[in-house]
Design a protein. Structure first.
Length: 397
């Protein structure tokens, strides 16, 4: 809590003007703190007489942190195949494990997952812990969370990485809570701090306007979810050797409190958005739902996938699974065509890794042109139909 030494405070008001939350007021010649205080410490830094201080509770340390060793990657699998983010995380985890001088392990949960463990070894894992159980045929937070938590309690990994996918975002917080440790979500960069080996977890903050680097100094494991398509997988090495460990867990741990009645694969597009080489995206500039018919036609001609900005999704012109950006998917195609998208930072963080970005917008000052490889200033309703006609002509030739 924020402490104020009444005898030292001179009531200068600097702390009041500095506090962006309006939590400090000078009353009767002395600073008074209110309930809005977030303990950010900005007032402490500017107090010239040292009247302000923050008293924090001591963090509980989980015994000897040196007892925790190894890097783990949760290898997500969906619909009978490994999710691409699992291989991306093995690439990132390999670098972290080599830096720490520890083994890299993959955790594979599911039912009927034969053959996937060997693939994980080929992409960099030293060990693969396999829990192949009919109870894990359908994903549930409690069954998957209990399984991963039980393995972590037994083997004490210092780092656990998972994809910031719908599944990862759903059950990894449960794992962190069960293990009484921290979690940094939606990371875009990971590194090891030289002086003490702590995991440096970097993620966008304040709508993507700044990048925050977070550490977990007092507890283990250090857990991060990582955005898909921001890490690079290693080159597959079919000759790699690794240890595959079959694990049988207590059936009571895998008994979920909810029952999955049906799992439906939604077929919104012929091409998976996250895996497409060409993505055609529409934004507010399309004006209405009919504008996306034009975007779909261009994507179909190019053999690509359809994406959208949050503004288009919020307007109800296209379903949420197409959304790209901070609150949607991250894509890294070879070509990204942005049609009528202004280029807000929240959208850019989801597509700026594309190899080539082509922007079409009538506003020459739109921020999208700052990241575009090629820019076309003009009306999308005039330019896109001409592109469609030209591509059709080239394909027929």
């Amino acid at each position: 809590m924020l402490q104020i030494e009444i005898e030292t405070c001179i009531g200068c008001g600097v702390c009041e003007s500095t506090c962006t939350f309006g939590a400090i007021k000078v009353e009767g010649g002395c600073a008074v703190v209110g309930e809005a205080c977030t303990l950010c410490g900005s007032c402490v830094d500017v107090c010239e007489v040292g009247a302000l201080s923050i008293e924090r509770e001591e963090k509980a340390v989980q015994g000897n942190l040196a007892d925790w060793s190894g890097v783990w990657v949760y290898a997500e699998c969906r619909h009978g195949r490994l999710a691409p983010v699992a291989l991306e995380l093995l690439g990132a985890g390999r670098k972290l494990a080599d830096k720490r001088g520890v083994p890299l392990s993959a955790i594979l949960l599911g039912a009927g997952i034969e053959g996937m463990a060997e693939e994980l070894v080929a992409f960099g894992a030293d060990k693969v812990f396999v829990v192949d159980d009919p109870a894990l045929a359908s994903f549930t937070d409690d069954a998957y969370g209990n399984a991963l938590s039980a393995l972590a309690k037994k083997h004490n990994p210092e780092i656990i990485l998972a994809g910031a996918t719908a599944i990862g975002r759903s059950f990894i917080p449960r794992v962190a809570t069960t293990l009484a440790t921290g979690l940094t979500a939606d990371c875009t960069d990971l590194a090891i701090r030289e002086e003490d080996g702590a995991l440096l977890q970097t993620r966008p903050a304040f709508g993507g306007n700044i990048m925050a680097t977070i550490i977990c100094p007092h507890t283990r494991p250090q857990i991060s979810t990582v955005r898909p398509l921001v890490m690079k997988p290693l080159v597959r090495d079919a000759g790699r050797k690794g240890e595959i460990i079959q694990v049988n867990l207590n059936p009571a741990l895998l008994k979920p409190r909810v029952k999955v009645l049906e799992s439906v694969v939604e077929d919104l597009d012929r091409v998976n958005l996250s895996e497409a080489d060409i993505v055609v995206a529409g934004g507010r500039g399309l004006e209405n739902e009919k504008g996306f018919a034009m975007i779909r036609e261009l994507a179909e001609v190019l053999g690509g996938a359809v994406a959208a900005s949050r503004a288009a999704v919020d307007s109800g012109w296209i379903p949420y699974p197409h959304q790209v950006g901070q609150t949607g998917k991250t894509v890294a195609p070879k070509i990204y065509i942005a049609c009528g998208i202004s280029g807000a930072i929240q959208h850019l963080v989801g597509m700026q890794s594309a190899e080539t970005i082509i922007a079409i917008n009538r506003d020459a000052d739109a921020p999208i042109f700052d990241v575009a490889t090629y820019g076309i200033v003009g009306d999308v309703f005039e330019i896109v139909p001409r592109l469609i006609a030209k591509f059709k002509e080239r394909k027929s030739a």
